[in-house]
Design a protein around this ligand. Structure first.
Ligand SMILES: Nc1ncnc2c1ncn2[C@@H]1O[C@H](COP(=O)(O)OP(=O)(O)O)[C@@H](O)[C@H]1O
Ligand SMILES: [Mg+2]
Length: 252
């Protein structure tokens, strides 16, 4: 069970001139919740994920993961970037079991789970392939299987499907929803795509830039399980329009 609580968090980077990347951010993610961070480039989405991951630290305010302040990255919080950071010289199978192996988890404990996760992302027949032999979507699926094998209860996804073609992107969204529904990790999913946020998330935090703030929280009133066909429904279209207008008005 995992939850995230962020209260009045700000983050300033102290480069040559200070950059206020995030200002007065408050948000919470319940265990098993699917949350999207939606906002334009530069509004601090990656910064916020990096803080939760433990790569960066807040300048002020509080950040708690399971009631503790993250001091470093940990296997409880798996990160998926736009490009899966796989080891190119290791096979799919070796990539997926790398984490448990270096953490000295006994083989019989992770092997079953690794097989289960590879099946769940549809890659059971690609165990012996090298990353270079896979499509971009398949590499992202290996990345997801890898952190789930490690047992991460929190998935931090930074525009994970942003580099994929439109068709692959849609099938990855469906795949992610089916995996989430089976395992129920908490997910924070960064995107600048309104449709993607609406299709996936329980709630959407709409952010704006300079300095990065949260403008609104939207609870998505769409039933689950969701299908891609639902994205042409009347309610989906009106939600899309509402968010678009909200973003436009906050940009003056
Ligand atoms: N390591 C860093 N040092 C200085 N400024 C940074 C650093 N990382 C990000 N920034 C700045 O912080 C702001 C937010 O960046 P980022 O979190 O990457 O936004 P997003 O992911 O929404 O595009 C930007 O103005 C960016 O230039
Ligand atoms: Mg970013």
């Amino acid at each position: 069970m995992s939850n995230i609580e962020i209260n009045h968090l700000s983050k300033t980077y102290n480069s040559k001139s200070p950059v206020v990347a995030l200002q007065d951010i408050s948000l919470s993610v319940a265990s098993g919740e699917f949350v999207a961070l939606l906002g334009p480039s530069g509004c601090g989405k990656s910064t916020l994920l990096n803080l939760i991951a433990g790569f960066e630290f807040p300048s002020s305010g509080s950040l708690k993961v399971n009631n503790e302040t993250p001091k470093a990255p940990g296997p409880d919080r798996g990160v998926v970037f736009q490009e899966a950071a796989l080891f190119p010289w290791l096979t799919v199978w070796e990539n997926v079991i790398f984490g448990p192996k270096v953490n000295n988890i006994p083989r019989h404990e992770y092997e079953h789970r690794a097989n289960q996760m590879l099946r769940m992302v549809g890659l059971e027949d690609f165990r012996e392939h090298l990353p270079v032999q896979l499509s971009g979507g398949m590499r992202q699926r290996v990345g997801i299987a890898r952190i789930l094998t490690l047992g991460s209860q929190i998935l931090l996804m930074d525009e994970p499907f942003g580099a994929l073609d439109a068709q692959t992107r849609l099938s990855m969204q469906e795949l992610l929803l089916s995996v989430w529904q089976k395992i129920k990790p908490s997910i924070i999913f960064v995107t600048h795509d309104i449709d993607e946020a609406l299709f996936l998330a329980d709630s959407i935090y709409v952010m704006s830039a300079r300095p990065g703030r949260i403008d609104r929280k939207i609870n998505v009133p769409l039933d689950r399980p969701r299908r891609l066909e639902d994205t042409s429904s009347e309610i989906f279209r009106s939600l899309r329009l509402e968010i678009l207008q909200m973003i436009r008005s906050s940009h003056g």
